[in-house]
Ligand binder design. Structure first.
Ligand SMILES: [Zn+2]
Length: 216
């Protein structure tokens, strides 16, 4: 029997694999392949999920060979172990990027401070509305965001069943609100940061909210 709070890693591997073989995401992504979400090994249902709009374009620079290999394995075999290996690599990369050892801006300036002392990276999951990078970080089109939301984000949220979703950017908020309504999700929709730079006051108030007693 599955433990109550543990998501089904086989199902997560399947959903990550679906991103890797998605023809639309492949076509839209400025680097190949499109990049799946990651889930911390200690994530439990009812936990905190981070949601951004789409992965940042770094001038079309691809992932290092090590990460490409993990994604090839995941696409070809689709096992829970291969998904875990990718997720572990990505989680470490968020905190110490392969190219320069620095944390991702999105982590250092927004998600990290918002979740500090509430959940460690191991306990978090990081999703995007659209798993494809867009050239020059251009804003994804409406149909692309709807595709990401309905085809990729929706089933992952159904599996993870978070209580809290901390979002970045208005497009992420809209997706969270839409899916909450459609799926009857338990997650909060008011924990978010707008704008290119997350305001310190926003990060702090999210942190306070996450630490507070659950009132739902
Ligand atoms: Zn897709």
């Amino acid at each position: 029997m599955k433990e109550e709070g543990i998501p089904d890693w086989g199902r997560l591997a399947e959903l990550a694999g679906a991103i890797l073989t998605c023809a639309e995401c492949e076509r839209w992504s400025s680097t190949k392949p499109p990049e799946p979400f990651w889930v911390g090994s200690d994530y439990r249902r009812g936990g905190v999920v981070l949601l951004a709009r789409n992965p940042a374009d770094k001038g079309g620079r691809p992932l290092p060979p090590e990460a490409q290999e993990l994604l090839d394995l995941l696409r070809d075999s689709g096992t829970a172990e291969d998904f875990r290996a990718w997720a572990d690599w990505r989680r470490r990369d968020v905190q110490s990027r392969w190219s320069d050892g620095k944390p991702w801006d999105q982590w250092a300036g927004a998600f990290g401070p918002a979740t500090r002392g509430v959940a460690s990276p191991n306990e978090l999951a990081w999703l995007n509305v659209l798993p494809a990078r867009t050239a020059g970080d251009s804003r994804p089109r409406g149909y692309q965001l709807r595709h990401g939301r309905d085809e990729h984000l929706r089933p992952v949220l159904l599996e993870l069943r978070p209580n809290d979703i901390v979002w970045r950017y208005e497009h992420a908020r809209q997706a969270v609100v839409h899916l909450k309504q459609e799926l009857g999700g338990a997650w909060r929709t008011d924990l978010g940061m707008k704008g290119r730079r997350a305001k310190e006051a926003d990060r702090d108030s999210i942190n306070v909210e996450l630490r507070g007693p659950r009132t739902r």
